[in-house]
Structure formats: structure tokens, C-alpha cells
Design a protein around this ligand. Structure first.
Ligand code: RB5
Length: 144
């Protein structure tokens, strides 16, 4: 299950990503926001992160205007490794090497077609383990 969330600055791209996931037959849960009314991105970052930390969802996608606020907020939560990505190579590598459990996108930064390629690259990638696990163990110890 993929958790997806956004603020008012990311709602259009979130809807496009949801359609993409539906077409691919991938299950997702939308944690809002559900309107273009101004809101606070940390609230939606927290909802998506909680779903991942609890085990309800395995991966998350967060969208705001730049992707930056969502990534800062998500990385404050214990157990989360959120990557702000603007290219497909980074989207793949952040799963393979960092085992990122969330990617963050900026609707005002990344065009729709590229954003969907980024989502696809992230979802298709697999964590490589090995030497990367040791590094993740180290960085995760910073949160405890
Ligand atoms: C909202 O205007 C904007 O600040 C937000 O979507 C995001 O870009 C924050 O990082």
C-alpha cells in the first residue's frame, strides 16, 4: 500500500499521481489534503509518515509546492527516510542505496510527465542492502 499526501501547493500533481497509480493497478491511500484551501504541509507529512511507521503503508509520496517543506517535515519523524527528488536517477538510487520510504515532489518545480517517471523509477527500484544497510543503520541511530 502506498500512502500519498499533499498540501494545497501539491494537490494537482497528487491527483495526477493517483490516476497513474490507478492505471498501474497499485493500491494507495490518500491522506489529503482534499481541497485547494490553504493548509499546513506538516499535517499531511505527519499523516503519511504515521501510516508508514505503523506498517499500514510501505511507501509514501508527498507533494507540496517545492517538495522541500514535505521532506523537512517527514525527516523529523522517527523511522522515516524521505528523499526530495527532481530526477529519475535520484529516485531510483534513493530506493537502492538509501531505502527511502518516502519521496517528495514539488508541483511548482517538476512537470507532470517527469514527475510520473520519477514516481515510476522509485516504485520499480529495490533496496540493494549489503554495505548500504550499515550506513542506514548509522543514520537511523541519529533519530533515536
Ligand atoms: C505553500 O505555499 C508552499 O509553501 C508549500 O507548498 C511548500 O512548497 C513548502 O515547502
Amino acid at each position: 500500500m502506498i500512502a500519498i499526501g499533499c498540501d494545497h501547493g501539491g494537490i494537482n500533481l497528487k491527483e495526477i499521481i493517483k490516476k497513474f497509480l490507478e492505471e498501474k493497478g497499485l493500491e494507495f491511500k490518500d491522506f489529503g489534503t482534499y481541497s485547494t484551501d490553504s493548509c499546513d504541509y506538516p499535517d499531511y507529512a505527519k499523516a503519511v509518515c504515521d501510516a508508514i511507521v505503523s506498517g499500514e503503508c510501505e511507501k509514501g509520496i508527498l507533494v507540496c509546492g517545492t517538495g522541500i517543506g514535505m521532506s523537512i517535515a517527514a525527516n523529523k519523524i522517527d523511522g522515516i527516510r524521505a528523499a526530495h527528488v527532481t530526477d529519475t536517477y535520484s529516485a531510483r538510487m534513493t530506493k537502492e542505496h538509501n531505502d527511502a520510504n518516502i519521496i517528495c515532489l514539488g508541483e511548482r518545480i517538476t512537470g507532470c510527465d517527469l514527475a510520473l517517471e520519477i514516481v515510476n523509477a522509485y516504485l520499480c527500484a529495490e533496496f540493494q542492502g549489503g554495505r548500504h544497510q550499515k550506513r542506514i543503520d548509522k543514520l537511523m541511530s541519529f533519530q533515536k
